[in-house]
Design a protein around this ligand. Sequence first.
Ligand code: HEC
Ligand code: HEC
Length: 315
Amino acid sequence: MKSNFRQGANAVIITFFAIIGSTVLLPMVIFNPSPSGHGNQYEKNKLAQTDPARGRQIYVREGCFYCHTQFTRLQDRGYGPLVQAGDYVDETPHVLGTARTGPDLTNEGGRFPSEWQKAHLINPRALKPGSIMPSFSYLSDRDMNDLVAYIQTLGNRRKVTELVEAPDEYTNKSTYGKELLARKHVDTKADASANAGRGIYTQNCAACHGLQGYGNGPNALSLEKKPANFTRPFYKQYSDEFWFYRVTEGVVGTRMPRFGEVLTEEQRWYLVAYLKTLPKEKEEVIDNVDQLNPVQQIKLPKLSHQQWEPASGGE
Ligand code: HEC
Ligand code: HEC
């Protein structure tokens, strides 16, 4: 009887150490990524007045990482280029964070002017009404300036082009991708394909993205996250595979549907051929309601007197 209890206890203890060993100890020993060259560069510049490395210590001291993460994942949108393990080799202690009470700060550097960052740290509500971020107005001038200098370095060595790389399932790098590309028979460079794509676009996409791809279709009015404006020069860097991937998987966190579920592969390749013809040289921004496609006013026929009062009889 007694030995049976001991067996159970032993099993529990062994399982516990097996889990700790395989998830904590083993990775510590065998996981040694080499520097990626894209980690943050926050060493002090000799001429600079501020010290980003010291700012980083203040970031840790004030517990910014309780609410802010510093890692972008494939499914994150709007947080900029993705990170690699090697980005963190020099980061001790790391400030990856776990909770996203506030937005991810991986690529925060340069997103706002330093004066904005400072004003926001002093009084978050002044710039973001309803923000629950605490005020850090008690920081000394030196602490504040160093902290802002640190924020401005975040992501300073990540190239934006890395954002524009289709996942392996869509490229020759995986068997699935190879099969997909082998099945592709649409010539995405041909005018005829673009023409075919145009029809599919008008049917499925124009309501949101607009007939000319300016992101100003009638549905755009009611969307919190506006449809993409394909005429931005930014889209010139998109490869066929990347266009295909974006159309197929939609955009998480927006109303952009996953067209992989709706359209055939062939139709999506035709769309790619058409989308590629849209990007233009000049940036055109929609920043007020008047620029949206006006909805045609419905014209009702003028009613005659008789139609007005059909049952009243007489004048
Ligand atoms: C209690 C949680 C919390 C803490 C602690 C916190 N923040 Fe925030 N932070 C937020 C929230 C929520 C937002 C989003 C609303 C806003 O912008 O104010 C935010 C927004 C931000 C932004 C703007 C990001 C963007 O791109 O819009 C920056 C920069 C920032 N915080 C930096 C810091 C720094 C630096 C610290 C530490 C000194 C810190 N935060 C501490 C919750 C927090
Ligand atoms: C219900 C509205 C809606 C419809 C319909 C729609 N989209 Fe979108 N689309 C969006 C929104 C919203 C986004 C997100 C924009 C953003 O992330 O800023 C988006 C984003 C995209 C993107 C990604 C752009 C980028 O920045 O990488 C592509 C590509 C795209 N749409 C293509 C299409 C195509 C092709 C169709 C038709 C087959 C279509 N969309 C139909 C709303 C729509």
